[in-house]
Ligand binder design. Sequence first.
Ligand code: ADP
Length: 261
Amino acid sequence: IYEVVVTPMWEDPQGVSVVVMIHNMTAVRRLEQMRKDFVANVSHELKTPITSIRGFSETLLDGAMSDQATSREFLQIIHDESIRLQRLVADLLDLSQLESKQMSIHPEWTQMKPLIDSVVKTMEEQAKNRKQKLSVQVDSFSAKVDVDGFRQILINLLSNAVAYTPDGGTITVTAKPINDGWELCVADSGIGIPKKDLDRIFERFYRVNKDRSRESGGTGLGLAIVKHLVELHRGDIYVDSKVSEGSKFRIVFPMEESSDR
Ligand code: ADP
């Protein structure tokens, strides 16, 4: 799509001189479309829990409250849906700050083993509930990371590993210095990701299976946030996955942000 703007500049006996500007609008239109899709997606994601909270609370107010078991069941749904809303709003805020480049990171030299152990600890309960084996193999080394940003990267990857791995599966976290930096891997023995979706899972709201993501409490924004945070650390993220066998997310952080200190 091209936009042509013709502006007459001056006139002399030879004719009229004009300035012709040709703008390539394809990128502009694409951005506009992406923005529209994003707003539509956000509205839809917000609407689903709000409709449910409203419906169940109205049914309670209309008389269902007299039955204790029903009240409990409905209140549980209202509670779960509020948590979903809260998570969605928190993720949206993070993502909008990351995308508008308002979020800056403050990398500092950090012992990676205690940091990774402390994040993994917060996920142990969830993995235990699913009878999953969660193991950590981390070398003793320091790296320059933004502690909060790194925590979020690892929490998002681990939450996905837990969510998309069947009961009894295994999840492994490894981190070690490599040639020109250091790497973090989160591998699972889960449902895997079809090849055709691999390129798209880092897009906001892209999910391989919407229902499954919702069931597990996903917002569809986790990996988009991870990708931004990894970029802020000048790292690269790779994913290797096989349907029904599992997935491995690997992040390589560069040398200048890390060392064996
Ligand atoms: P969600 O909140 O839906 O998990 P994410 O942005 O974290 O959103 O992930 C996007 C999609 O990528 C998920 O909906 C899921 O289909 C897929 N995905 C992410 N991590 C994994 C994994 N470890 N195993 C299988 N599929 C995954």
